[in-house]
Design a protein around this ligand. Structure first.
Ligand code: NCD
Ligand code: ZN
Ligand code: ZN
Length: 337
């Protein structure tokens, strides 16, 4: 028995082109996306070099269109040295990414001058997404209020953050947010067990934080995004392990398991992974596109058989229910298990 759901859209993935092709590339990353039920992926700009000029972004988008197995849309990165590029980037990119905190790669915005340039010069119709941890969430909400324009807050992980966002929404402020599967299904106890394979930004949190995210899953949380952040096992086990974990192939089985357990409705799953991402980021429609899922398939997640180039998952060994069997994109079968 299979059920049909719409093609999913991941609004937060790192496909590592250019400069990180040993971790992932457009082909391997979009094959992983299809295996996980995603037919559209928004790729982050913290590449090497980062996507901070319209010229580079245009070139990389052409490469993505040529090499990808599903639709890929690129984020532009906000950078203090490239604020003059914002209007041109605003014509090319799907959205702007602002990194307020320390994470993988050199992109960072810590001065008000650059932040104001972003909010003044970025097209009103296109989202501004922020990597904002802790007080950064309050900064993001304050900017949304001051400029009367929407912000999207990435990978919310703490109970205080989701409470702040719920408060902002209750007052009618134009704030949306995403959470990741790893922050919904793992805690600091898993981080201790996994070592560097359980390290990412924001880091895994306490059970009370995980409970708070689940308490807001049918209300405050707009999207589930994978933050697919592949790094090789050699890098993760090396001297200075980079933060980040892959997630494109495990997000849907994990959430289908939550549906099987009665913690989430299937309708809400589709809203979080398809309808809201497409609406918030104004993604182009994908006609004749769907995913066939076997909701009864019962198996443990595994490092074996993954399509991501990095070849591992922090969820290895976790029992799940539900598996993607076939993906049809614009009338063509693009994935079959
Ligand atoms: C991401 C990466 O590896 O690019 N790492 C992570 O821990 N999440 C960067 C990011 O999304 O902050
Ligand atoms: Zn981030
Ligand atoms: Zn990320």
């Amino acid at each position: 028995m299979t059920i049909r759901i719409p093609g999913l859209a991941d609004v937060h993935a790192h496909l590592r082109v250019p400069g990180g092709e040993h971790k992932e590339d457009f082909r391997s990353g979009t094959l992983a996306a299809l295996a996980g039920g995603f037919t559209a992926v928004l790729a982050m700009p913290n590449t090497t070099p980062p996507l901070v000029t319209a010229d580079l972004l245009r070139r990389v988008q052409r490469q993505a269109d040529a090499e990808s197995l599903c639709d890929v849309h690129l984020y532009a990165g906000a950078s203090p040295a490239h604020t003059a590029e914002l209007p041109a980037l605003g014509r090319e990119a799907i959205a702007l990414k602002v990194y307020l905190n320390e994470t993988f790669g050199p992109l960072r915005v810590s001065d008000l001058h650059t932040l104001l340039a972003c909010f003044c010069d970025w097209p009103a119709a296109k989202p501004i997404a922020l990597h904002a941890e802790g007080p950064g969430v309050a900064v993001s909400i304050g900017l949304a209020a001051a400029f009367g324009r929407s912000v999207h807050i990435c990978h919310v992980s703490r109970k205080e953050e989701i409470a702040l966002i719920a408060g902002a929404k209750a007052r009618g402020l134009p704030v949306t947010c995403e959470v990741t599967p790893h922050h919904l299904f793992l805690t600091q106890a898993d981080a201790a067990r996994l070592g560097p394979l359980g390290d990412m930004r924001p880091p895994l949190a306490e059970p009370a934080d995980v409970d708070a995210l689940w308490a807001h899953i049918h209300t405050t949380i707009d999207c589930v995004a994978t933050d697919h952040a592949p790094h090789t096992l050699a890098e993760k086990r090396g001297e200075n392990p980079p933060p980040g974990v892959p997630g494109l192939e495990t997000a849907l089985p994990l959430l289908l398991t939550a549906v099987a357990e009665g913690r989430l409705t299937l309708e809400r799953l589709v809203t979080l992974l398809a309808h809201n991402p497409r609406r918030i980021f104004r993604l182009p429609a994908q006609p004749d596109t769907w995913v066939e899922v076997d909701p009864a398939a019962s198996y443990p997640l595994s490092n074996e058989g993954l399509q991501t180039k990095c070849g591992w998952t922090p969820f290895a060994g976790m029992p799940v229910r539900g598996r993607v069997q076939r993906v049809v994109l614009r009338g063509k079968t693009v994935f079959e298990r």
